[in-house]
Design a binder for this molecule. Structure first.
Ligand code: GLN
Length: 482
């Protein structure tokens, strides 16, 4: 923990952390030591992690990346983080994100963009310090020697992806052994792909949403962002489980995800959806995808071509459903109950002033789209229609899973882009999510696993999607690709 606290300080140029909690980290670490001495070590005992600043942490500022929540100290703890602390994990701090998790770049954060630890052409920092591997090898390396103080140098500053950009950067830069993320339309998987780490979004209902600042409630899911698949399996096991405080939490036994990592995928059918060969996809990404198919084939799996015919409507559907839900969820930020208040001559003006000053551009855009598609004259044409298409998209997957056990696709249509790019073109930004949103709409589990480097020297991820609640198989296949 001490080594990681130093690494967090040394990595401030990344702007990954909104709040550092070194005292809390050291206190939690000594509690973890005491538990270990008594033979009561939990599965995450003593592992220092970063928490996306969308998870409420009792007594510690939780901002959701927004000015409107600046200074908000929740009186309660999210279920997911409570589960991690129960199992002995240590909190290093709260990490940066797109405002209210709306974005694919971390550029919409009120606290400024996060800089990826990667830089084109150079394997910056990747192998600095600790040896390759996950928690266990990291732990030994961290104990043996202090984490190296890093001299950050970039040939070009890139985004770490979003919305879980701070989580991705902190893990990739080795400031944290792992981080929590949330994924509404790709926010765990896309940043994992951009910085070369593992990120899994479990099935909707697997992790409790209680105490996570809501963006789009029918899509939001928490999940781990880690350096290895084994770490992801371990951490997911701690994060998930039934929670009566979330009515969409599913009462189902949590399997031993690590036990599933046998490496044996012989006979497994891997679906390759033909609709994911989108126009304009860089040849490199197509090549990586083909290579992924070959790797799984040589491990004994059988690729099968499948069709997900409604894929082409997924992005449009998502960008109706998610803003609609966000416009409703964000109505609660009125200057009365949480965070920022900007006074006015009467109550109405106070609401207006607070929201005008408290929300950023992207959040306002989504609230306007959301209220529009939910308004009386347009509800049927947009929102209702989107819900119908969402059902079709889910049915496509149901049909596909009659023919295959998992689905393999690229995670994102490109490698990381430069900070500042695409900000004046929301549609170009939304196109980032083309491969991740279909599974979000269908509530399915999906992982991004680092699969190689593009010619620009930047990481690329492959995505594996699974059947509902079959994270075990998703992790197993990811373990083979790793
Ligand atoms: N990029 C998507 C969006 O902006 C997904 C965000 C997320 O998963 N939280 O909505």
């Amino acid at each position: 923990t001490e080594a990681h606290v130093r690494a967090v300080e040394a990595s401030r140029p990344l702007n990954a952390f909104i709040t550092e909690t070194p005292d809390q980290a050291l206190a939690m670490a000594s509690r973890a030591d005491a538990a270990r001495a008594k033979g009561e070590a939990g599965s995450m005992n003593g592992l220092p992690i970063a928490v996306k600043d969308l998870f409420c942490t009792a007594g510690f500022q939780t901002t959701a990346g927004s000015h409107i929540l600046e200074g908000f100290k929740p009186p309660y703890e999210s279920t997911v983080t409570a589960n991690l602390w129960r199992d002995g994990a240590v909190m290093l701090g709260k990490v940066n994100l797109d405002e209210f998790a709306m974005g694919s770049s971390n550029m919409t954060s009120h606290f400024g963009p996060v800089v990826s630890p990667w830089s084109p052409g150079t394997l910056v920092q990747r192998d600095a310090g600790a040896e390759e591997g996950g928690f266990l090898s990291e732990l030994t390396a961290a104990v043996r020697q202090p984490h190296p103080v890093q001299e950050w140098q970039w040939t070009r500053k890139l985004v770490p992806g979003g919305s879980s950009g701070g989580s991705a950067a902190a893990v990739a830069a080795r400031c944290a052994m792992a981080a929590t993320g949330t994924d509404t339309g790709g926010s765990i998987r896309q940043p994992a792909s951009f910085v070369g780490i593992v990120g899994i979004k479990p099935t909707y209902g697997r992790c409790s949403r209680w105490g996570i600042v809501a963006f789009a409630s029918s899509l939001d899911q928490a999940g781990p962002m880690t350096r290895t698949v084994d770490d992801a399996a371990l951490m997911l096991g701690s994060m998930c489980g039934f929670d009566p405080k979330d009515s969409t939490s599913v009462d189902m036994a949590v399997p031993d995800f690590r036990a599933a990592l046998t490496g044996d995928i012989r006979g497994l059918k891997v679906g390759i959806p033909k609709e994911y060969r989108v126009d304009g996809m860089p040849a490199e990404i197509e090549k990586l995808w083909r290579q992924g198919i070959d790797w799984l084939k040589s491990a004994g799996a059988e690729p099968v071509e499948i069709s997900l015919p409604h894929t082409k409507y997924a992005l449009a559907t998502y960008y109706i459903v998610a803003p609609a839900e966000c416009s409703s969820n964000l109505a609660r930020y009125d200057g009365v109950r949480f965070g920022l208040r900007v006074e006015g001559k009467d109550l109405k003006e106070m609401y207006e002033n607070t929201r005008a000053e408290g929300f950023g551009e992207e959040v306002k855009r989504r609230i306007m789209i959301g209220t529009y598609v939910l308004s009386a004259g347009y509800y049927d044409a947009y929102y209702l229609k989107a819900q119908q298409v969402r059902t079709r998209i889910a049915q496509d997957f149901e049909e596909a899973y009659k023919l295959c056990d998992v689905i393999l696709t690229p995670t994102a249509p490109s490698t990381a882009f430069a900070i500042g790019e695409k900000m004046d073109d929301p549609i170009a930004m939304y196109l980032n999510d083309v491969f991740t949103v279909p599974a979000s709409l269908a509530g399915l589990p999906g992982i991004s696993v680092p699969a190689g480097l593009a010619s620009d020297g930047l990481p690329l991820g492959l995505q594996i999607l699974g059947r509902p609640f079959d994270e075990a198989t998703v992790l197993k296949v990811a373990g083979v690709l790793e």
